[in-house]
Design a protein around this ligand. Structure first.
Ligand code: PBG
Length: 329
């Protein structure tokens, strides 16, 4: 008999060794759940580092095969493409050009690594001269004029062979517009992974350097969500599910773990989380100074996103994390 109730309980028993700790771990990280973003740029034979994101490069199409095969060797099975075109215009026309960068990149990856799942981001911001995610009318981002352009881009990417399209413009009804355009063009099998709850965030800063997509006037707060809102995030997700999304996403991830957990509890669809550029650069910068241990910090971040409930994580750490996971089998 114990003198006091619970006196036999010792939680440290289950932490005694690495094997014991791993036996009782509640959350697993696997390379197959990580999605590697890739910046595809114009030009030939170019691998250009992104200054604000150490370890991340922009690749011209001819350099993709080598990079994707490296990712595959690490165990990564899914990539997410972003295009950085040579010329931008008011309408973002390079986003939906049939011979644009992203369709060419998709075809190249499908040709050289057919088993890799290819996702393509669908947005106008990398392609517009003003850097907004939609077209401008009367000084404002016009929702309904943008929808057909996003739908055209999604169809072009599907036609080029994309398995997944990821609308990230935060225009109302973009998922519905894209779903029906895909279905009408014979792409019923193409998956829509919607950036459903995408918050206006300072953590996108390094990405905007990488993609040259900083808005030339105003900001994105008339379409991306306020970081103060959680119930509204559930409404955004509900709406995307109603419009036919196959996978929903919360973005960013680290400062939004409560949103991920809430979405996980509430919805039964696969849930993605985007560990965005600024979240990557924070860890890189601090570890570069010797203020954090990069590997343990990065794995802690990724594990916390899984623990919160994400099924898949888009992360610039994908290749490194996959290699670390292999080392610890
Ligand atoms: C395009 C888009 C952005 C990101 C992904 N898709 C940029 C933005 O909204 O400004 C950011 C990704 C990142 O920071 O890693 N709309």
């Amino acid at each position: 008999m114990f003198e006091e109730e619970g006196a036999g309980v010792r939680l440290r028993r289950l932490r005694v060794s690495d094997s014991m700790r791993r036996l009782v771990n509640e959350t697993d990280l696997q390379a197959s759940r990580l999605i590697a973003p890739i910046f595809v740029r114009y030009g030939e034979r170019v691998v250009e580092p992104v200054e604000a994101m150490p370890g991340v490069n922009r690749y011209s199409v001819d350099q993709l095969a080598g990079y994707v095969s490296r990712l595959q060797n690490a165990g990564i099975r899914t990539v997410l493409l972003f295009g950085i075109p040579e010329s931008k215009d008011e309408q973002g026309s390079q986003a939906y050009a049939s011979d644009g960068l992203v369709p060419r990149a998709i075809a190249e990856i499908k040709r050289t690594a057919p088993s890799v799942l290819v996702a393509a981001d669908v947005c106008l911001c990398e392609y517009t001269s003003h850097g907004h995610c939609g077209v401008i009318k009367g000084g404002r981002v016009d929702n309904d004029l943008t929808l057909p352009l996003l739908a055209r881009a999604a169809v072009e990417y599907a036609r080029a062979g994309a398995d997944i399209v990821g609308p990230s413009a935060m225009m109302d009804r973009q998922v519905g517009a894209i779903r029906s355009a895909l279905d009408d063009s014979g792409h019923q099998e193409t998956i829509v992974m919607s950036y459903s709850a995408k918050f206006a965030s300072s953590f996108y800063g390094p990405f905007r350097e990488a993609a040259g997509s900083t808005p030339s006037f105003g900001d994105r707060r008339t379409y991306q969500m306020s970081n103060a809102n959680s119930r509204e995030a559930m409404r955004e997700i509900e709406e995307d599910i109603r419009e036919g999304a196959d996978v929903v996403m919360v973005k960013p991830a680290l400062a939004y773990l409560d949103i991920i957990a809430k979405a996980r509890a509430r919805f039964n669809l696969p849930l993605a989380a985007y560990n965005v550029s600024g979240e990557y650069s924070m860890v890189k910068a601090a570890s570069g100074h010797g203020w954090l241990d990069e590997r343990t910090a990065a794995m802690e971040v990724l594990t916390s996103i899984r623990r919160a409930g994400a099924d898949m994580i888009i992360t610039y750490f994908a290749e490194q994390a996959a290699n670390w996971l292999k080392e610890t089998v």
